[in-house]
Design a protein around this ligand. Structure first.
Ligand code: PEP
Ligand code: MN
Length: 253
């Protein structure tokens, strides 16, 4: 198990996307003041439409590095393809593979080869149409090159509920129980993408913790209405504080 999971739950928070230097500096210092040690933020965004904001690329990660260093935080950020892996590897502490790329086996192999040199942790998100077994098998495309440091992330799946649900996906909460029986690796939960709706994020986050999630990844923005991506599911830092307070109360008992 990765060292930092000894202090469970691990909370990864930050905006969906890095939008500017000012934005990432402001949000990281707000999060750091709440004790958050892992900063998320996409520089390469896998957006549903190519006409929407695609991310700031390496420049964005440079802003994020500055913000993370100023606040003693680690960076979690997604890479979508081999070119980005080569171009931005040095700026990221935990490489995120998104839901849409869980089955990009060629890319997973490249990630496996690249990370085998330093065993950089890889956060692998469940494909929203993939089974838990497929998720585990996908991780083997990385681990077979020698890096054992996988963090699994459940982030909601597609079901018939989407026909009339107010949630973007169906939160795959029961998957926490099953996946934890299937693997010794950490299993974290993403209440933001799984609900797609900020009003449900806090309750689903608490439920994930009750079911034994080793951590959470939560989209947080100080002004969700103007966020360039996923504003509707981003929560304010004060909402995140509710989750942090819930954890510290629980741990005191
Ligand atoms: C993200 O976490 O930034 C993201 C795009 O999530 P997912 O791959 O789960 O859709
Ligand atoms: Mn997002």
């Amino acid at each position: 198990m990765l060292d930092f999971f000894k202090n469970k739950p691990v909370i990864i928070a930050g905006p969906c996307a890095i939008e500017s230097e000012k934005q990432i500096i402001r949000i990281s210092s707000e999060l750091a003041s709440m004790g958050i040690k892992f900063l998320r933020g996409g520089a390469y965004k896998p957006r549903t439409s190519p006409k929407t904001f695609q991310g700031l690329g390496r420049k964005g990660l440079e802003y994020m590095r500055k913000a993370a260093e100023a606040n003693n935080m680690k960076i979690v950020s997604e890479l979508l393809e081999t070119k980005q892996l080569e171009e931005s590897y040095d700026l990221i502490d935990i490489i995120q593979i998104g839901s849409r790329n869980m089955s990009s086996y060629g890319f997973l192999k490249q990630v496996g080869k690249m990370t085998a040199k330093d065993n950089k942790p890889v956060l692998l998100k469940r494909g929203f149409n993939s089974t838990l077994n497929e998720l585990i098998l996908a991780s083997e495309y990385i681990t077979e090159f020698g890096n054992p440091n996988i963090i699994f992330c459940l982030r909601g799946i597609r079901t018939f509920e989407q026909i009339d649900s107010k949630m973007r996906f169906t939160p795959d909460l029961a998957g926490i129980l099953e996946l934890k029986e299937m693997t010794p690796q950490p299993v974290i939960f993403d209440p933001s993408h799984s609900t797609g709706n900020s009003k449900y994020v806090v309750d689903i986050a608490k439920a994930a913790l009750l079911l034994g999630a080793d951590g959470l990844m939560i989209e947080t923005h100080y002004n969700p209405i103007v966020a360039l991506s996923d504003g509707e599911q981003s929560i304010l830092p004060e909402k995140l504080k509710e989750i942090i307070d819930y954890i510290s109360k629980r741990d005191k008992r």
